[in-house]
Design a protein around this ligand. Structure first.
Ligand code: SAJ
Length: 440
């Protein structure tokens, strides 16, 4: 059975099905179609399915090459989207790329989408199928949830009737295709031969290392790589608070620290958003034993989650310098996406920041060139406001004409959460300026 699957993977006749057509599933489906495989994508959002089958890309923001790849894959007939799980009956390789959010209160994984996809798939699971989970999952999920759920619903046995692997995605908004093609991947298998089979499959698309490992290693590597980044960013954010307190400029400090060998101090800022960094430390810790009592990862999350409220403090201080209070002020917020030049708003730090300003009685207007809801006229957004706050380093904001901006404002107050603008230029243009890690 496995040799038949191996052959179908080798000659690219294997019917591939991708569950979940979001930032992970959609590009990977297009890339395997481009490689020559027949690919079907399943998504519960019928509007998205219809849009894809018209050859239109549902992901906005700058995603180089994706729209063209999608329309070519659809036009060639090698990629078809549907909401119907019965296409899994004929699947030989199934990739699962559904969301795996973390409950903000319990910090435990919310596997409703994953369980739903697994249950539906398992009802249509044929013997000899290779199933690969690409979603980021808490270590031990493959062993304690994926495997038993699939065996119970399908009646088939892992390693005998079907094959189970975990190849965590490493995509990033703005580089979806590039990351899938060029980033090293760990490929966890429920057996070494399954890991090798999955490596053979990904070799058709991935031009980087494909490291076969067991599932627990793959689960730990993925969550650890993002927990590591969260700690690095938390260090930079804590340094910003320290520099504000001591009257230093954290951005200059960072430059000079990084001149020291083996230092790569990250960028402080208005907060840490996205679908990976804020949640993966919690996934990593989700099923560790209570005795572990992890301290560093939770502390880093606390530091990073504090930054939006720190931005409220900076905004309050800047307004006070203009004789104003947050309550009753009209504030323009630049950037709603979680990342520069992206339309992705998942876990955006701007959300709690705006919520806090409104709770304090401010009138808030938001601008974001990539987020549909806020892609209004920049000039209209800033007209007559008492303060402008930069929350995201969208390229468009680099060209802000400070003197024209000043003419539009009611009060020339600017708070910079991303070191987007030069403090001296802003002050010379007549603004009150406050920046993260750079107040004096
Ligand atoms: N951020 C900072 N300071 C930094 C870097 C990021 O405040 O020095 C903030 C960003 O503004 C954003 C959040 O953190 O709000 C996340 O930014 P990110 O650059 O980490 O972007 P993500 O969330 O798309 O992270 C993904 C991750 N990739 C995967 O999970 C596959 C991460 O591991 C990558 O390092 C990152 O992309 C990347 O830069 O490629």
């Amino acid at each position: 059975m496995k040799t038949r699957l191996q052959k179908a993977i080798e000659d690219k006749t294997a019917q591939v099905v991708v569950l979940g057509l979001g930032y992970v599933g959609l590009p990977v489906a297009c890339l395997f179609a481009e490689a020559g495989f027949p690919v079907k994508g399943i998504d519960r959002n019928q509007d998205k399915v219809d849009m894809i089958n018209r050859g239109q890309c549902p992901i906005e923001g700058k995603e180089p090459g994706l729209a063209a790849l999608l329309s070519e894959a659809v036009a060639s007939g090698r990629f078809l989207a549907t909401a119907d799980y019965s296409v899994c009956d004929a699947a030989q390789v199934v990739l699962i790329a559904v969301e795996t959010p973390v409950n903000p209160v319990t910090r435990k994984p919310g596997y409703e989408a994953l369980r739903g996809a697994l249950s539906e798939l398992s009802r249509h699971l044929s013997p000899g199928t290779l199933v690969i989970v690409e979603s980021t999952i808490a270590p031990r999920t493959m062993d304690t949830i994926v495997r038993p759920l699939m065996e119970n619903v399908s009646g088939l046995r892992v390693n005998e009737d079907f094959y189970l692997a975990n190849c965590p995605e490493r995509v990033m908004s703005g580089k979806l295709l590039q990351n899938i093609r060029t980033m090293h991947r760990v490929v966890g298998g429920m057996s070494p031969s399954t890991a090798e089979l999955a490596v053979q499959f990904y070799r058709h698309v991935v031009q980087a290392d494909l490291d076969p490992v067991d599932c627990i290693t793959a689960e730990v590597v993925k969550t650890a790589e993002n927990a590591y980044r969260d700690v690095q960013i938390a260090f930079a954010n804590e340094m910003a608070l320290i520099c504000e307190d001591l009257g230093a400029n954290v951005w200059r400090v960072r430059e000079l620290v990084n001149k020291s060998p083996y230092r790569t101090m990250h960028l402080p800022g208005a907060g840490v958003g996205g679908h990976c960094i804020p949640k993966d430390p919690w996934l990593l810790l989700a099923w560790c034993s209570d005795q572990l009592n992890a301290r560093l990862l939770p502390a880093a999350r606390t530091v990073n989650d504090h930054m939006p409220s720190h931005m409220i403090g900076l905004t309050r201080q800047a307004l006070e310098q203009a004789g104003l209070e947050v309550g009753g002020s009209r504030i323009a917020v630049l950037g709603y996406a979680y990342l520069e030049n992206s339309d992705d708003t998942r876990n955006t730090p701007t959300a709690p920041f705006v919520e806090g300003l409104r709770q304090a009685g401010a009138e808030v207007v938001i601008h974001d060139p990539y987020v549909h809801e806020y892609n209004t006229s920049f000039e209209e957004t800033v007209d007559g406001v008492d303060c402008v706050v930069v929350m995201v380093r969208h390229d468009q904001y680099r060209e802000i004409d400070l003197s024209r901006l000043k003419d539009r404002l009611n009060h020339a107050v600017l708070v910079d959460g991303r070191d987007m603008l030069d403090k001296d230029q802003v002050r010379t243009a007549g603004f009150i300026y406050m920046g993260v890690g750079n107040r004096v």
